[in-house]
Design a protein around this ligand. Structure first.
Ligand code: FE2
Length: 426
C-alpha cells in the first residue's frame, strides 16, 4: 500500500510510461507498471512529471510591494534601491509576513518547492529577518526557504551592517550575502567580499553575493569572490548572483576569469527577467543585453541556475512565480536555441538550482523526497515553450495544489471543438 501512485508519466530524462509510487513522504519506486494499492492515484496521461522548480535567487521581503510608496520611474537598479529604502522605513513585520505568505501561495501553486531569498539586514530592527524567519517556519511543509543575510545598502556604506549581518546569522539566517558593487569604492567592495567570505567560512555557511550587477566592464568583484572562494575552501558552496558586468568585460580578461571560477568551483545565478529589464539603461544603441555569459560559464563546467529575483516590487513590476518564464527569458537572451540548450534551461530551474542550494533528497530517484510537479507538457522543452500549466503539485507524497488544464473551447466551422496546446501534432 502506497500513499500516492502517479501513473503514465514522462520524465525530464526522456523516459515515458513510468509510474511513481510515493510512501511516507519519499519516492518508493519509479518504474513502468507498478502494481500497488494506493491511497490516491494520479493519472499523468503521458505528460511530464518533474522534480519541483527551484528558485535560487529571490527577494521575499520586497515582493508584492509594487507602487509603495511610489513607482520606479527610471527603471534602474539604483532608483529601485532608493525606493526600497523608503518602503523599508515604513513597513511592519506583519506586512512583510502577509505579502510573503501570499507570494508563497502563488509559488506553491506554480510548483516551486524551494526558494533562496535574500533578506535586507540594513535595518536596525531587522524587520525583514524577523518576518522571513517566521515565514520560513510557516511554509516549511510546502516550500523549503533558505535565507541570505543581504546588506542591501552596503557592508561598509551602511553603518552597523556587519554587526547586523552577524545578528541576522545568530538569529538563524542560513547564508552570507553581499553587494560589493554598491560599496563606495572598488577597494571597499573587495574588502566586503573578503570579510563576508571569512565570516561564512568561520561559521561553515554558504555564500551568495549580488556581484557586479552593473554594465561597468571594470566591475570585477567576481574576481575577488572567486579568489576568496578558493582561499577559504568554499568551492561548491559559494555563488555569484547576477554577474552582469561579465557581459561587457574584455574578452581576454573573461577567458582568464572563467578558468579561475572553474578552479574555485564558484556557482553562478543569472536572473534573466530582471537583468534584461535593468541593464543597458545608460546605453543608447546598440543596447547591451546585460545577461552574464551563460553559455560560456556552463560550457566551462560551472553550475548555473536561473533565479527569478523579483515579482511586483521596486525593481520589477511583473512576474508570477513562474520559473518557466524565467527559463524562457534566459533561453532567449542567451540564444540557447538548440534542443540540447533548451533542455538545459529546464535543468537551470530544477536540478542545477537544487545543487546550488544544497537541497537534500531532491530528484525523481527511489529514496528522494516525494516532491514533484505534473505539467501540461510532453517534455521540458514543451514546458518552457508553453509556460505549461501545473496540473498538480505534490509535496511529501500529497497533492497540495491543482490547476485545471488549459484547454480552449472552439466555435469554428469544420474545426475541432477543443484545442489543447500541449497535444498539437506537427
Ligand atoms: Fe537580487
Amino acid at each position: 500500500m502506497v500513499d500516492l501512485l502517479i501513473r503514465n508519466a514522462s520524465l525530464p530524462d526522456g523516459r515515458q510510461g513510468v509510474d511513481i509510487a510515493c510512501k511516507a513522504g519519499l519516492i518508493e519506486a519509479v518504474e513502468p507498471g507498478i502494481a500497488a494499492e494506493a491511497g490516491e492515484v494520479l493519472d499523468a496521461e503521458g505528460q511530464l512529471v518533474s522534480p519541483p522548480f527551484v528558485d535560487p535567487h529571490f527577494h521575499m521581503d520586497a515582493t508584492l510591494s509594487l507602487g509603495r510608496p511610489r513607482m520606479n520611474v527610471s527603471g534602474t537598479l539604483l532608483e529601485g534601491i532608493g525606493l526600497w529604502g523608503e518602503l523599508k522605513a515604513q513597513q511592519t513585520v506583519d506586512e512583510i509576513i502577509a505579502r510573503a505568505l501570499t507570494y508563497c501561495d502563488m509559488a506553491a501553486a506554480m510548483g516551486i518547492g524551494a526558494i533562496r531569498t535574500h533578506v535586507d539586514i540594513c535595518d536596525p530592527d531587522l524587520k525583514g529577518v524577523q518576518a522571513l524567519l517566521e515565514v520560513r517556519d510557516k511554509i516549511k511543509n510546502y516550500i523549503s526557504l533558505q535565507l541570505v543575510a543581504f546588506p542591501q545598502d552596503g557592508l561598509y556604506r551602511y553603518s552597523d551592517a556587519l554587526d547586523l549581518t552577524i545578528r541576522a546569522l545568530d538569529m538563524g539566517v542560513d547564508v552570507v550575502g553581499g553587494i560589493p558593487h554598491f560599496e563606495r569604492t572598488m577597494e571597499d567592495g573587495a574588502r566586503s567580499v573578503r570579510t563576508l567570505c571569512e565570516l561564512a567560512a568561520e561559521r561553515g555557511l554558504m555564500v551568495d553575493m549580488h556581484c557586479d550587477e552593473s554594465d561597468d566592464p571594470l566591475s570585477r568583484h567576481v574576481e575577488t569572490l572567486t579568489q576568496e572562494t578558493q582561499r577559504l575552501g568554499l568551492g561548491g558552496r559559494s555563488a555569484g548572483s547576477h554577474l552582469t558586468s561579465m557581459h561587457s568585460m574584455d574578452n581576454y580578461y573573461v577567458s582568464k576569469l572563467i578558468d579561475l571560477m572553474v578552479e574555485a568551483d564558484l556557482n553562478v545565478i543569472p536572473n534573466p527577467l530582471i537583468n534584461i529589464m535593468l541593464q543597458g539603461r545608460h546605453d543608447t544603441y546598440p543596447k547591451r543585453r546585460g545577461q552574464t555569459r551563460v553559455r560560456e560559464l556552463r560550457d566551462a563546467g560551472l553550475t548555473v541556475g536561473f533565479g527569478s529575483d523579483c515579482v511586483k516590487d521596486p525593481w520589477y513590476s511583473l512576474g508570477r512565480a513562474d520559473m518557466l518564464d524565467v527559463a524562457s527569458m534566459g533561453l532567449h537572451v542567451g540564444q540557447l536555441s538548440s534542443r540540447e540548450d533548451m533542455a538545459w534551461c529546464f535543468e537551470a530551474i530544477t536540478t542545477n538550482s537544487a545543487r546550488i542550494m544544497g537541497l537534500e533528497g531532491y530528484g525523481l530517484q527511489k529514496g528522494c523526497r516525494a516532491d514533484m510537479v505534473l505539467l501540461q507538457a510532453a517534455d521540458p522543452i514543451e514546458a518552457i515553450r508553453l509556460r505549461a500549466t501545473r496540473l498538480a503539485v505534490v509535496r511529501a507524497g500529497r497533492v497540495i495544489a491543482r490547476t485545471p488544464a488549459c484547454v480552449a473551447e472552439l466555435a469554428l466551422e469544420n474545426r475541432p471543438a477543443h484545442v489543447d496546446p500541449s497535444r498539437i501534432e506537427v
